[in-house]
Design a protein around this ligand. Structure first.
Ligand code: AGP
Length: 370
């Protein structure tokens, strides 16, 4: 068993550390040698068919759905087509509006999640084309979807998904760029600009991982609390939801993710002296707004950890109790970096509380019942 963990104490920690490789492998062969375009030869959908798509539904469960929330931002930003996201177990019971011009994207690490598979079948029954983003070649989802993008994260053993989630983000970036270049919503220079930033992500994750010990110390400030909050705006809110789920599933600490601007509409009432708040501030255009939301929580006694962009350390220090800086990238790509400290934080919290990190209570790696 020790050998399989390659010297790491747990599969989860090993898988967190495998993310730079997972990013490189998922990009490998999909970016042209000159770095100016994306190639996805595995897709059967033609350029003409892509041009006809006028709405997208992203359907998945748990962490895969959280990747889909980032995917929504990516596609709407790059392709300018409306995207809805839905929980797979709800999707087919709400009579979703699916037309032949709808592209349904299902996301599943295992490719065997029963609700996701059922949603895929319902979408096809209604005449939609289904694209699957999955980590398992030959899985049910991969076999039944019309198009498949395989993430090359490698086997994920820990119940808490880490490298599969972040590789799904890479798949969304690649697909969004491919679609944008195909229908012309982004020109070659714009695509090349994003691709160049994407190719720096593996090294940037390595830089974050090298500072993992810092988060081990921070964990003290959250592990003795029974409840905490993750807040963010825009794409940071999507990452906040993943951070919150990760923490809950392996540390059993209750947490909630909030769109930071929503706090004052109710949840702020729960913030009291010492309540931990993890605030994501990676979106430069929302930076000032986030600072003012953080101040709202500080004024009620919150103990705030900021996940920030490098360069803001001195300024943010005035508003937060602790901070962790991630390397700079394009705003759209930040989830591939900002999720890493949140994964580490959950890991260290679970460890500090003496839980079974890789096999949390009540949960299975693959949920094959509806
Ligand atoms: C992730 O940490 C969870 N264990 C869980 O939410 C998981 O992402 C979900 O069950 C979906 O699984 P899938 O990606 O294999 O479909």
């Amino acid at each position: 068993m020790t050998a399989e963990k390659a010297g790491f104490d747990h599969f989860m920690l090993k898988e967190i550390h495998e993310q730079p490789k997972a990013y490189r492998d998922t990009m490998l062969g999909r970016i042209s040698d000159d770095g100016r375009s994306v190639a996805l030869p595995e897709l059967k959908i033609t350029a003409e068919q892509l041009k006809e798509i006028n709405r997208v539904h992203i359907v998945a469960c748990g962490t895969a759905l959280h990747a889909g929330l980032v995917g929504k931002n990516v596609i709407e930003n790059l392709v300018r087509i409306p995207v809805e996201t839905d929980v797979a177990s709800e999707y087919r019971y709400r009579s979703p509006i699916i037309t032949p011009d709808t592209l349904v994207i299902v996301v599943s690490q295992s490719g065997e999640t029963a609700d996701t598979l059922a949603a895929l079948r319902e979408a096809q029954r209604c005449g939609a084309r289904v694209l699957a983003i999955t980590n398992v070649v030959g899985s049910s989802v991969a076999r039944e979807a019309d198009d498949v993008i395989i993430t090359l994260a490698g086997p994920e053993i820990a119940v808490a998904s880490t490298k599969a989630y972040s590789s799904q983000l890479i798949a969304f970036f690649l697909f969004g760029l491919y679609w944008a270049q195909t229908i012309g919503t982004k020109d070659e220079a714009e695509v090349a600009h994003v691709l160049a930033a994407m190719q720096s992500l593996p090294e940037q994750v390595e830089k974050i991982l090298a500072q993992a010990e810092v988060l081990k110390e921070v964990v003290e400030s959250i592990s003795h609390h029974s409840s905490l909050f993750f807040i963010g705006r825009g794409i940071d809110y999507a990452v906040a939801m993943e951070g919150s789920l990760k923490l809950k599933e392996i540390s059993y600490i209750h947490s909630e993710a909030y769109a930071a601007g929503e706090l004052k509409h109710g949840t702020l009432a729960l913030i009291e002296e010492g309540t931990p708040v993890i605030a994501l501030l990676t979106q430069e255009d929302l930076y000032e707004k986030m600072l003012s939301n953080i101040k709202e929580t500080k004024a009620r006694g919150a103990d705030v950890l900021g996940i920030i962009n490098e360069g803001h350390e001195a300024e943010v220090a005035k508003s937060v109790d602790r901070q962790f800086a991630i390397p700079r990238t394009l705003p759209l790509l930040t989830p591939a970096l900002s999720v890493v400290p949140l994964q580490l934080l959950s890991y260290y919290a679970s460890l500090a509380l003496g839980h079974d990190v890789d096999k949390p209570r009540n949960l299975a790696k693959s949920v094959t019942v509806e």
